[in-house]
Design a protein around this ligand. Sequence first.
Ligand code: 0L1
Ligand code: MG
Length: 257
Amino acid sequence: MALQAIADEIYRHQTTAEELEKITLRYDGLTVEDAYAIQQLTIQKYTTAGDKLIGWKMGLTSKAKQQSVGVDEAIYGHLLKSMELRNPEVSLQGLIHPRVEPEIAFVFKHKLEGTDITPRDVWLATECVMPAVEVIDSRYKNFSFTLVDVIADNASSAKFYVADQAFSPYQFQLDQVGVVMKRNGEVSQTGAGAAVLGHPVRSIIEQVHMLSRTGKAIEPGMVVLTGGITEAIYIYDGDRISIEFEGMGEINLSIHA
Ligand code: 0L1
Ligand code: MG
């Protein structure tokens, strides 16, 4: 199967912000392993052009999201330096139909690898946790994809912003942190950390286990987005999105053309 040709095509659509039909409509028999290989080949094109891998993201970590895509497993994607927003401002340039979702980010001081990771291992390896927001932007028409399509498209990754304040990993019971997301002052979504595989630490464990299938790991200094705490919402020019993380402060995101 021409995995490189598919990676080239997806890269082109990611970098030109042109919608794409599901690749599974044209390529029969692609497996989840093939999809991760395509994702990896696509990322190599960015890093060859000078970008840098700075972390990982977990996706489809809530039952609601898994049901909406018709799957029963989480997925992961690569986070590149170029994806990180330096300020809480999203420009719609270069995006197709972006949506935002609140997440808890973990930042690591030690390497985490292997297939037998416990929550204790995760806490010992964690430097800090931080409120974050992910901008997802599937390259597929109408956000319509199968599991294989979305993995190949780097789990819909587009941009992310991590708040200014870091917290000790022991300061909050992360599954109980409540989140309220408002668009232009109106409550749009509410949730709690437990939406992320029961507890965000479970998302890190799953991340490490999935990475180990291809000999990868969470490296010191990396950031990991653990997964959406609420449904993602579409963003439009002029929107002001506020996301309050109970006890951890607020992210105020402005959206412009
Ligand atoms: O971060 C996410 O959970 C997104 C995973 C891909 C599914 C989507 O684009 O909605
Ligand atoms: Mg996400």
